[in-house]
Design a protein around this ligand. Sequence first.
Ligand code: PMP
Length: 343
Amino acid sequence: MKIDITKLLRPNIRNLAPYLSARDEFSGTEGVFLDANENPNGSYNRYPDPHQSQLKEVVASIKSVATENLFLGNGSDEVIDLIFRMFANPGKDKVIICPPTYGMYEVSANINDIEIVNIPLLPDFQLDKQAILQTIEQDADVKLIFICSPNNPTGNLIEGIEEIIEKFQGIVVVDEAYIDFSPASTKVQLIDTYPNLIVLQTLSKAWGLAGIRVGFAFAQTEIIALLNKIKAPYNISTPNQQQALLKLSNLDEFEAERKELLAERDRLEAELLSLPMVQKIYPSQANFLLVEVADANHVYNELVRRKVIIRNRNSVIKNCIRITVGTIQENNILLTELKDISQ
Ligand code: PMP
């Protein structure tokens, strides 16, 4: 597949001379360092590794990609914004978003003054492929498409993504924040075939590290090099790189936690289905359940009153609430309160 990525770039990014940090000019670790205006005292007095080399090696190995195909962001939210800044011309270009989906695509588009073309998911929460293909054929200003799989807040995997990537001359971003709960369905290996594909993943969900803000982008080397060119030089702090390395060194713990969460998701689903207020639970490939109840506002407000906080999605999908799978104890508290509300 032939796509000239350079042509898709915003002209200012195409011509950008990136900032060269002191650590770019000299990357050795031995010596007397008087080059970066750091304070010589303290334990976090030095700037972090701007290339996150050690962390990248470990992530690349776990995800079976080359380090040149991996970018690390300050959460995947940073990468979403960088993608807009890299490819979409403010006030001119457009992005396709398929609601109901993750809210940051819309916010990032608005921050960057990019027009949104909303192509809602069909009633089964799959892509309206016909409408997407028609739009990209007719509107050359559409530069980006965001697809979230498994989708937030619906929980399902999205089908037919490859056909969109194949037929689109712009960039397709596949956000796989929840893919570790359904790892066989990842699109990461498709980056070898498609120069216009960017896959996003994160340490915030199955890895349990939302607090340290580390997200991944997988793509061909040209896009990864460009992301590195425009990111803030020290976008991931030293303690955050250290905490990520620590967690990634214990794959057994990760597996055990993931297994327990998936078992709890299934238990929660079964228990919720026995409640009279629950009308429907959408099948989930993630760590949350989208649940249709008789009166979402009532259930949400009653749970808040009892200090159990879920997400009310009534404004997005009528009478739906989104429940994140918690620990066994937390899920038991939720179930007890819901049973009480039912009565
Ligand atoms: N993508 C999706 C689909 C999400 O649900 C979230 C967080 N709720 C993010 C990205 C953001 O992830 P991160 O913590 O890596 O910025």
